[in-house]
Ligand binder design. Structure first.
Ligand code: SF4
Length: 362
């Protein structure tokens, strides 16, 4: 058996870890050694001092959802008096607000509301694309796409194709949680199975949409199940190469039916470092500062992350679960600069936007 030091050295230079090696490193690796290796790997992939971020917003257009995940404090079941859905004008107002602040990307995401059909999104996306051609529609989630496929009786590929034709550029990796059947049965029993989640992502990638992948950790899963999650993503990435980034974030338990404990900061850093080392074929690793906050988000830049995510001007789902973190462009940039890096704005495709002035430059 290889020593831990050998395994860390192998992973730091892009060598592939087996599942058992990944679990072993997760359990036994010294946190700072893992961080050192993850940072070395990140610097090997992206030498220099650039850390990217995107100016974006999340518009949670409906809180009505028929999936009823136990870790979610945002949704309301159908017919609930607090259920609401925005009109197209309301969504457009928020897109305008974000575009006026320089947003290049919007995430229109919500519950799986069976009252909303495919045409509703086609009309909305066409309007957004026509009125804000410089704002990329990085929107919906696998669950919403599957919901549309069910409501319309259409194959996922056709739903995605029509959304793409209406202006949707890319599919975010939301709704992955932990792609292990045992965990999903406990925290989101009505959600699609892991294979189906991967199947929708595959379809989107085959249509040429860039996609991301997330992991919500810290609910009920084991350490092995976290590596299992990364393993199925790594396999799909080997096949398609369609994921741009991995975004692990931890579960916020305060107002959810599932409850539980919030992950500790060191656990977050360990997950980041292992993600960078295990997912040898994912280019970008994003610091999801929304749950751990900006200070830990800054440390994340030394545990494998090369991207600070977005400004997320307006977000409700994680906020409703009890997270109170917010950041302006200036906050994000100062955090990056304070860590010794240079903030550069990017778009959905990870093109660097040197033409967009930094907020700290004004
Ligand atoms: S996490 Fe998403 S799919 Fe699950 S209940 Fe909340 S809104 Fe619905």
């Amino acid at each position: 058996m290889s020593s831990l030091a050998n395994l860390i050295d192998k992973a730091a230079t892009g060598g592939r870890l087996s599942f058992d090696e990944g679990v072993r490193l997760y359990r036994e690796g010294d946190l700072h050694e893992l961080g050192r290796a993850a940072h070395a790997r990140r610097m090997q992939l992206f030498p220099g001092d650039v850390v990217t971020y995107v100016i974006d917003t999340t518009i949670n257009y409906t809180n009505v959802c028929n999936v009823h995940c136990t870790f979610c404090a945002f949704f309301r079941p159908e017919k609930h008096k607090e259920g609401h859905t925005m009109t197209h004008d309301m969504v457009l107002e928020r897109v305008k607000f974000a575009a006026d602040q320089g947003a290049s990307q919007i995430m229109i995401q919500g519950g799986v509301n069976p009252e909303i059909g495919l045409e509703w999104f086609e009309r909305l996306f066409r309007r957004v694309a026509a009125e804000y051609p410089d704002v990329d529609i990085h929107s919906l989630s696998v669950s919403e796409v599957v919901g549309l496929s069910t409501v319309e009786g259409l194959p996922v590929r056709e739903v995605l194709g029509r959304l793409q034709a209406a202006g949707m550029k890319s599919l975010p990796g939301a709704g992955a949680e932990i792609l292990v059947e045992r965990v999903r049965k406990r925290i989101s029993a009505r959600k699609i199975k892991p294979d189906a989640w991967l199947g929708v992502m595959r379809e989107a990638q085959l249509l040429g949409m860039p996609t991301t992948a997330t992991m919500m950790f810290g609910s009920i899963e084991t350490e092995e199940e976290r590596i299992e999650h990364m393993n199925v993503l790594r396999e799909l990435q080997d096949e398609t190469g369609g994921f741009t980034a991995f975004i692990p974030w931890y579960y916020v338990p305060f107002k959810t039916p599932l409850r539980g404990k919030e992950a500790m900061g060191l656990e977050y850093l360990r997950v980041l470092a292992i993600s960078r080392l295990y997912l040898d074929n994912f280019p970008h690793l994003q610091a999801s500062w929304l749950t751990p906050g900006m200070k830990l988000g800054q440390l994340a830049l030394f545990y494998g992350c090369d991207d600070m995510g977005g400004t997320i001007i307006e977000e409700q789902v994680v906020h409703d679960a009890g997270s109170t973190n917010e950041a302006t462009r200036r906050d994000l940039e100062k955090t990056i600069i304070g860590a010794g890096f240079r903030p550069v704005i990017r778009d959905t495709y990870w093109n660097l936007r040197h033409d967009v002035a930094l907020a700290t430059a004004s």
